[in-house]
Design a protein around this ligand. Structure first.
Ligand code: SF4
Ligand code: SF4
Length: 264
């Protein structure tokens, strides 16, 4: 009996489609991916797309309309494994940086004014796992080609992919970079999940956290350290919320609350 190829689907919601483009950019390996799997749906790559049961659904983008919510629930129901790809799907992305501030209506009006949009009802963008169970996260803005290909290869072989759980600082040390924080510049490396190879600090550019928060996140230590370096609390919060989205927004909110309680 021949082993059946896993059925996969690639879907995009609110984001820039950079992760889907990165998959297409796999060039040499794309033929292998299409050969080793049965790609049932990938609108950006092919025209004959089908619904139906999937072994793995790759979902890009945050969820920000009622129609997207209906669709992601439907994809979840017919997929054995759902993988969030890219920082928008994993953490909400920049569009979720104001999550929880209660400013959605105000921001929406600033952009759309009184225009009546009937196609779908928009709400504050949130990561995929705010609505459905996510089995695995491949973050990045966009995702890293090697991380994605390694994950696909392991899934095809029936193994669970391993992704880094430590921060960008570890990769930065592997490359023997001088720490940017020593020079007083803002670097989000200690808070950010590894996987990019510390590409920015390796070019003396501070990390802005585009891989999203790392697993063993210590916001409080980074916050205190940056304050010591002369950064204002508002500035720190603004920067670390940019890609951290919902999770970091919540932690920062708790930090601010504690700060106010200590002052009272
Ligand atoms: S430069 Fe940034 S990423 Fe590198 S060790 Fe320092 S804080 Fe971490
Ligand atoms: S160093 Fe930071 S900002 Fe640069 S690619 Fe990596 S996670 Fe993104």
């Amino acid at each position: 009996m021949t082993k059946q190829s896993p059925k996969i689907g690639v879907y995009g919601f609110t984001g820039c489609a950079g992760d889907q483009l990165m998959i297409l950019n796999c060039e040499d390996q794309l033929v292998d991916i299409f050969g080793a799997t049965e790609v049932r749906s990938f609108v950006m790559a092919k025209s004959d797309n089908h619904e139906g049961e999937l072994d793995v659904a790759f979902v890009e983008g945050s969820i920000s309309t009622d129609e997207q919510l209906r669709r992601v629930k439907e994809i979840r129901e017919r997929s054995k494994v759902l993988i969030a790809i890219g920082t928008c799907a994993c953490h909400g992305g920049p569009q979720a940086m104001k999550l929880g501030e209660g400013k959605f209506d105000e921001m929406y009006k600033k952009v759309y004014g009184n225009a009546k949009i009937t196609l779908a009802k928009a709400f504050e963008a949130q990561p995929v796992d705010a609505f459905v169970k996510v089995d695995m996260y491949i973050p990045g803005c966009p995702i890293d080609k090697t991380e994605f290909l390694t994950a696909v290869a392991k899934l095809v072989a029936g193994r669970h992919p391993y992704l880094y759980k430590f921060p960008v600082c570890t990769e930065c040390k592997w490359r023997e970079n001088e720490c940017i924080l020593y020079n007083g510049k803002f670097c989000a490396g200690p808070l950010t999940k590894a996987g990019c190879g510390a590409i920015c600090p390796s070019h003396n550019i501070p990390c802005v956290g585009c891989w999203g928060p790392t697993d063993d996140l210590n916001v409080s230590a980074e916050y205190d350290l940056l304050k010591e370096k002369g950064y204002k609390p508002e500035e720190i919060i603004q920067k670390i919320k940019k890609f951290g989205g919902a999770k970091v927004a919540q932690i920062v909110g708790e930090l601010e609350k504690k700060k106010k309680e200590a002052k009272a």
